[in-house]
Ligand binder design. Structure first.
Ligand SMILES: [Zn+2]
Ligand SMILES: [Zn+2]
Length: 154
């Protein structure tokens, strides 16, 4: 979906739910699909890559998720009040974290493996190789372009 179309869709939801002083903006966060910033900011930010790589139904679901946060107010997280509101306004699957197998993600620049053959992906370089949360062994990284093993630890 184009960024501009996502903004038009988001604005129409804000209007429909009478969130008059709210705005739709975009952000460059790789690990977050969208964020709801409550007052005084009152803005819903969608991650650019997420909009660019996904279709209207997917973006709509996430917009409505954030709209539900905006409607119930801050500090309620994904508790029962939020879930009730989310269902009421048409969120199909009200959940804390969207299952990453459902939506499209950018291809990683680095892929990682560990002893238990868990798989990892990174877009950007980070300062350490990190450990697998399952087998606790260090992750071994390969650059997807050069096929060379990359050590982030120095
Ligand atoms: Zn949420
Ligand atoms: Zn592992």
């Amino acid at each position: 979906m184009k960024l501009n179309d996502a903004k038009v869709l988001g604005d129409s939801y804000l209007k429909g739910f009478k969130l008059d002083n709210w705005k739709i903006e975009f952000q460059n966060k790789y690990h977050i699909l969208a964020t709801c910033y409550h007052a005084p900011a009152q803005v819903i930010k969608l991650s650019k890559w997420y909009v660019n790589l996904n279709d209207r139904d997917e973006i709509s679901e996430t917009l409505l998720h954030e709209i539900a946060h905006a409607l119930v107010g801050s500090g309620l997280g994904h508790g029962h009040t939020w879930i009730k509101k989310a269902k009421e306004i048409g969120v199909i699957n009200p959940t804390t974290r969207r299952d990453s197998s459902i939506f499209n993600r950018p291809k990683p620049n680095y892929t990682g493996k560990c002893s238990c053959s868990n798989k990892f992906g990174r877009i950007k370089k980070r300062k350490s190789n990190g450990f697998c949360s399952n087998c606790f062994m260090p992750i071994v990284w390969t650059c997807t372009k050069s096929n060379k093993v990359i050590n982030f630890n120095h």
